[in-house]
Design a protein around this ligand. Structure first.
Ligand code: HSE
Length: 297
């Protein structure tokens, strides 16, 4: 029997993890959005919370409304936002994955998790121009996810310290994708493939050092780092404070550091200080690899 109302918690996500461009993603324990779905004769969107005034509520221009329209089910959607907009923390993936998940659950549609990822990725296409699923897949599955063509593989490493520092800089995914080259040299492909492979082993072994070191990558991070004032200094400050690796979260501008759980606070302070020395305001999320979407009401 279908329900009348559903309330879910949808995690922020961090895509790429350096070498896994458009393939790797992790769910973060914090921040997260809360999404409520109610039966309705036509799709309506209510945006509340952080940056909500910057997001259109017209269902045809809102990613949540686009997902409801793809699923052909009108609903009232209330989004309590906490994930900062255009941050590289999956702020558009969260409503896309959340609404696909919630409609499926509420109307007992029986779509598999793989199908929900495919639906949610269509929403990503509408906003960034590409149907990459490396944010929506970890939002739905939780943990560390490898998503490539029709394959989705998830792993659930524990106690991996993550510090995500979000500077007050706007980077749009569409723009951050447009500046990337269409081709890479064999040498760069080999470097990135090696680190992507060792990242998977790091996640399987719960090896913080290997995960951090495997975030090194060629071409993509170097080009995108030009959009992030203070990138080099912040990265260096995190490594000096004990992080095993630092990279750009998704298309940026957030930087994520991987570290031991007990080192997160001092790394966050070091990274924020380094941004501040470049006159860039920032905020830190002290977090870990977390669960996927959960039903809370
Ligand atoms: N893989 C995508 C990109 C993620 O880097 O463009 C966007 O958040």
């Amino acid at each position: 029997m279908s329900k009348d109302h559903l309330k879910i918690k949808v995690p922020a996500t961090s895509a790429n993890l350096g070498a896994g461009f458009d393939v790797f993603g992790i769910a973060l324990e914090t921040p997260y959005d809360i999404i409520e779905i109610e039966k309705s004769e036509c799709t309506k969107i209510v945006m509340l919370g952080r940056d909500s005034r910057c997001v259109p509520t017209d269902p045809q221009r809102n990613i949540a409304g686009i997902i409801a329209s793809i699923m052909k089910i009108p609903v009232k959607i209330t989004i309590h936002r906490n994930i900062p907009l255009s941050s590289g923390l999956g702020s558009s993936a969260a409503p896309a994955a959340g609404v696909a998940f919630a409609i499926n659950e509420m109307f007992a549609l029986g779509n598999s998790r793989e199908e929900l990822v495919r639906i949610a990725a269509q929403g990503e296409k509408a906003t960034s121009g590409a149907a990459h699923a490396d944010n929506v897949a970890p939002a739905i599955y939780g943990g560390f996810v490898i998503v490539h063509q029709d394959k989705i593989i998830s792993l659930y490493p524990e106690n991996i310290g993550i510090v995500a520092v979000h500077p007050e800089i706007i980077v749009r995914t569409r723009q951050a994708r447009a500046i990337l080259p269409k081709k890479l040299s064999l040498e760069d492909i080999s470097f990135n493939t090696g680190n992507a492979a060792s990242m998977v082993v790091g996640m399987m072994k719960n090896d913080i050092r290997l995960i951090g070191e495997s975030m090194a990558n060629r071409v993509i991070e170097e080009i995108r780092s030009n959009l992030i004032k203070g990138y080099r200094e912040v990265k260096q400050s995190a490594i000096q404070a004990g992080a095993s690796g630092v990279t750009i979260s998704g298309s940026g501008p957030t930087l994520i550091a991987v570290c031991r759980m007990d080192e997160r606070d001092k790394i966050a302070i070091a990274m924020m200080r380094a941004f501040s020395e470049k006159q860039v305001k920032s905020e830190a999320f002290i977090t870990t690899i977390g669960k996927g979407i959960s039903v809370i009401g």
